[in-house]
Design a protein around this ligand. Sequence first.
Ligand code: NAD
Ligand code: UFG
Length: 338
Amino acid sequence: MRVLVTGGAGYIGSHTLLELTAQGHEVCVLDNYSNATPEVLTRVRSLSNGIIHDFIGDVRDTAKLDEVMQDFVPEAVIHFAGLKAVGESTEKPLLYYDVNVSGTLTLLRAMERAGCNRIIFSSSATVYGEPVYLPYDEAHPTNPTSVYGRSKLMAEQILTDWAATSPERTAVLLRYFNPVGAHASAQIGEDPTGVPDNLMPFIAQVAVGKRDALQVFGNDYDTPDGTGRRDYIHVVDLARAHVAALNYAQGATGARPFNIGTGQSYSVREMVAAFERACGKPIATKQVGRRAGDIAAMQADSSRANAELDWVATHDLDAMTASTWAWQSKNPDGYKGS
Ligand code: NAD
Ligand code: UFG
């Protein structure tokens, strides 16, 4: 299939390009490089035998989207392009609603004009908010606690209303849990700008000597060791969920959300211990207070994705930490080192 991948130069997008082309899909990336570098596509192309077109542009740019649609004529779109920093979303709500909500609207209008009826959307477990029960299933109430989470939920609602207008239309809403890890080649991986917000890239930067110590946010949660627990999912498993979603979308109609996680959760302390095993050295930590807005624990019930997408996560925690360490140790400065 011809698949337009917005945000395809980013962390999850780049891994997905490799899985798509490995399955024979022809892909076209649209990225404005606000959080990526063109070096990513150079590396992806060196790892893939597939056809990878690319355009530089913004998902809010109507004229650029029309140009891409006319040139590439996609049969489906995977929409990764968006902003994802929870803290920043509180400081810049209009920017987050503009990129994540208006960007989705502009893209859908361009798809309508081009007659493209299938979309796979990057949503997030953060749409659920404070757990009423765990594991979250897709019927769990949605009550996001950040601007970022609300922007994802609004985009889901727009996609759901759009998909309801014609039996030809499908929107697959993938609610990711916590993506970590890197490609087996160690050529592509997560390369955050500035101080990492997320646990795994922060631990990896401590291991490689770029940061002194991991701050452990809170040790008084209602969890066995008092630190926060999350459902970490290997980025290659997540990438494969998009290929599965594309297959599903060919025979589906309407919008449907799917949790994409492993169903297992690990604490901050367990993640540090697992990373120490992978890199063979101690990770310095500093216990500090809770981070505002964090919840104690979350975990996915992904049985819907297992059954309906015919997808299952296959990488375990050691594969997540080992691949992160391989990427970080071979690319201590991320893509900037090349
Ligand atoms: P990323 O920042 O690495 O990738 C996003 C890509 O989109 C980048 O290449 C960036 O340059 C591009 N982009 C941003 N704004 C754009 C715009 N206006 N026009 C065109 N391109 C634009 O992030 P990621 O971790 O790969 O996440 C991909 C998607 O998955 C995002 O929508 C994110 O919200 C969602 N998501 C991520 C996580 C996570 O923890 N990484 C969890 C849940 C959901
Ligand atoms: N943590 C630390 N120290 C750090 C960073 C994180 O102790 O320096 C802890 C957090 O308190 C939490 C756990 O590690 O308990 C995971 O935190 P992350 O920031 O890595 O991930 P979050 O669960 O907070 O959020 C991430 C993404 C969201 C996404 C969500 C989906 O940032 O965009 O996963 O579950 F929506």
